[in-house]
Write a protein that binds this ligand. Structure first.
Ligand code: HEC
Ligand code: HEC
Length: 255
């Protein structure tokens, strides 16, 4: 019920509220209650840490060729470069296309563990992504969208400004113009990506950025794209660059 009523209520509000220009990026953390901030800050109280731990176990689980992620990247991923992790999605010269962090992990799983390949939307892929991105917690997001990334970034920006569903509102209308506005006891944030994969407090599970976008699209009564699709990759590129400079919080706690 709340899911359906929420956007309709906002529709009614939109023409009445003055439109402000896009501000500096602000993490969703800033909009949490003090209790929820404390929950995120305490690794023992943060339920997202269970998925980090599940990902860590998968990281040392042998694949078909007997190797594990840890065989090449060290116990607990200690030889992965956290600054580099904060730059994802990146452009791969070898593949001649952009690669998301989860996409990179899936390639290693199929090519370097000898399989079995993991589905982009699988729980295992999400857990591995959560674990790997957690290694970069505290690093500033630093996505480069110049050069060959520019057209993908532009495609993502266009999607972010597209009106969706029966509610007929674009992402940017809520997340650029109305961040900080209260309605139905909830605060609208800028929809930043720095906390993902993160723990959805109201849903009780961890979601990646693409799954979170699907939830907003569903609320707008639009058909979500497929997890791992080119559209979500472009969304992720645009939204990650939009979070540049914010600190990675994975696994964040979010409403
Ligand atoms: C046989 C060795 C090997 C195994 C096993 C392996 N990787 Fe990799 N991984 C690599 C190499 C080599 C690269 C760099 C490849 C490149 O940049 O093209 C890489 C790149 C990566 C990157 C990107 C790092 C960066 O700095 O951009 C991540 C993340 C990653 N691997 C995670 C994993 C995970 C998770 C697993 C297990 C599912 C795994 N890898 C298994 C060798 C391996
Ligand atoms: C009708 C308003 C509305 C529209 C339009 C909308 N969202 Fe949201 N979105 C919300 C609400 C409400 C939340 C939960 C509170 C928050 O984080 O803003 C949310 C949360 C998010 C979050 C999580 C932010 C965080 O830090 O937890 C992301 C990411 C997001 N939206 C992306 C999108 C994208 C991408 C689109 C377009 C496909 C979109 N949203 C369209 C209302 C909207």
């Amino acid at each position: 019920m709340i899911k359906l009523r929420m956007p309709l209520l906002l529709l009614a509000v939109i023409p009445l509220v003055a439109v402000s220009a896009r501000a500096e990026p602000v993490s969703g953390y800033a909009y949490l209650t003090a209790d929820m901030q404390a929950m995120q800050d305490d690794d023992f109280g943060n339920p997202g840490m269970l998925v980090v731990e599940a990902g860590e176990r998968l990281f040392s689980r042998p694949g078909n060729n007997g190797k594990s992620c840890a065989s090449c990247h060290g116990e607990g991923g200690e030889t992965l470069d956290v600054r580099q992790l904060a730059r994802y999605p990146i452009y791969s010269e070898a593949l001649q296309r952009p690669v998301t962090l989860r996409g990179r992990i899936l390639m290693c799983a199929s090519d370097r563990l000898g399989g079995p390949p993991l589905d982009y939307a699988s729980e295992e892929a999400l857990a591995l992504e959560t674990f790997v991105r957690h290694l970069a917690r505290g690093q500033p997001v630093e996505v480069d969208v110049s050069g060959p990334m520019a057209p993908y970034h532009a495609a993502g920006e266009k999607l972010f400004h597209t009106r969706y569903g029966q509610v007929d509102i674009a992402c940017h209308q809520c997340h650029d113009y109305y961040a900080g506005k209260h309605f139905r006891g909830q605060v609208l944030t800028q929809g930043q990506s720095n906390g993902f994969p993160g723990y959805r407090f109201t849903e009780g599970h961890v979601v990646g950025l693409q799954e979170r976008i699907s939830e907003c699209l569903t609320n707008l009564r639009a058909e979500p794209y497929a997890i791992g699709s080119d559209e979500y990759r472009d969304f992720e590129i645009y939204m990650s660059a939009r979070s540049n400079g914010l600190t990675i919080e994975t696994p964040a706690i979010r409403y």
